[in-house]
Design a protein around this ligand. Structure first.
Ligand SMILES: [Zn+2]
Length: 387
């Protein structure tokens, strides 16, 4: 390899994996490394820094003033604590043709492919631009893509489509569920449990809320709308975290409940969560306050992102299938930034990327060299299409 040859995909992946970009930490070192690569390829770089320690990138190859396509990835990864890794999760390690490391599938593998092909994009004299969008804090509620989409809109850029490279095994994914989640903290009144009627039991109010969510989820499962392309073909809802009480002989003063809804396109996750919260405030909270004005509840929103629902017959879905050399399409239950590109950005989106979601967020996450090459073939066909 000549000294001036651009780095190969696994080399770039190794560099990306070496940055510990768990969502709670800064991603700036990774962003600087990506900027170096983009600069070397002659790309236009726009860094978006809405908060300290975090940055998103909007990288453009080709003309900036005509509509093109977005390749979208996130820079953050989920933590590795408590997971039985065979090798250092932040050092790319090859065993039996598999490349192991945190983020290989979700989704630094896709990002590495996009970055490695920047020199080919630059050499192709694109008639339509290819943008690489790199976000942060995707794993904690799709946060960092929001200022990125806002910047895209400020720039007056209106891409024809966006490919979000979450791991789908390069399957063309036209839909994912929307999600809304919140934490409700019930604030009762403690006293000795021998005097239970003088207290206000926060856990008992939380239990009524939990049952309300359960009944609504059962209703959706029983006779709610259906979308057979999802493995769970209806909207779901549940409470997944409860924290309350301090001792067996104390009426519990506080109880916090975290709950979520994941909705197919026919339903609205935000609306379902709002309706559960209305029950909490108007029935439970009101009753608690009537018993003692110091009691009641507080609500903290945790996650809220829209679903994706792209027409499988749309131009973008057909283009994705042609570039991927596939005829079918699918929908996935996990959330991605695609719904936000579509809803906030007005950009039709599909999810397509190398690797498997089944390996994501687990010990010994990996990607295969052949999977990276499949993804590279997809991006190369996109480059040819944009010439
Ligand atoms: Zn991801």
């Amino acid at each position: 390899m000549a000294a001036t040859d651009p780095p190969a995909i696994p080399d770039i992946l190794a560099r990306l994996i070496a940055f510990d970009t768990v969502s709670a930490k800064s991603n700036l070192a990774l962003v600087e490394a990506v900027e170096d690569l983009a600069r070397a390829a002659g790309a236009e770089i726009d860094r978006i820094t809405p908060e300290a320690g975090k940055a998103a990138l909007w990288i453009t190859l080709g003309p900036g003033d005509v509509p093109g396509y977005v390749l979208s990835g996130h820079s953050d990864v989920v933590p590795t604590e408590g997971q039985p890794w065979t090798s250092d999760p932040f050092r790319l390690t090859e065993r039996d043709g598999r490349l192991y490391g945190r983020g290989t599938s979700d989704m630094k593998g896709f990002v590495a492919v996009c970055l490695a092909l920047m020199p080919e994009m630059a050499a192709a004299r694109l008639a339509r631009p290819i943008h690489i969008a790199l976000s942060y804090d995707e794993e904690v509620g799709c946060l960092g893509v929001r200022p990125l989409i806002a910047r895209m809109r400020e720039r007056g850029v209106r891409p024809l489509g966006c490919f979000v490279g979450e791991p789908t095994g390069m399957e063309v994914v036209v839909g994912h569920k929307g999600k809304a989640a919140a934490r409700v903290t019930f604030r009762g009144k403690a006293c000795h449990s021998a005097l239970a009627p003088q207290g206000i039991n926060a856990i008992e109010y939380a239990a009524r809320f939990i049952d309300h969510v359960r009944l609504s989820a059962e209703g959706l499962a029983r006779d709610g709308a259906r979308d057979p392309l999802y493995d769970v073909p209806h909207t779901t809802g549940l409470c997944s975290v409860v924290r309350g009480g301090s001792a067996l002989n104390i009426v519990p003063e506080t109880c916090a409940v975290e709950f979520e809804y994941r909705a197919i396109a026919a339903d609205d996750a935000g609306g379902l969560a709002a309706s559960a919260l209305a029950y909490a405030r108007e029935v439970l909270g009101a009753e608690m306050a009537a018993r003692d004005p110091a009691c009641g509840l507080t609500v903290e929103p945790l996650v809220d992102y829209p679903g994706l629902d792209l027409d499988p017959a749309s131009d973008l879905a057909r283009l994705a299938k042609r570039l991927a050399g596939r005829e079918g399409h699918a929908k996935v239950s996990f959330g991605t930034e695609a719904g936000l590109f579509e809803v906030l950005g007005g950009v039709p989106s599909v999810v397509i990327g190398p690797g498997s979601i089944g390996r994501a967020h687990r010990a010994d996450e990996f990607i295969e060299r052949a999977e990276l090459e499949d993804c590279a073939a997809f991006v190369r066909r996109l480059i040819a299409d944009c010439r």
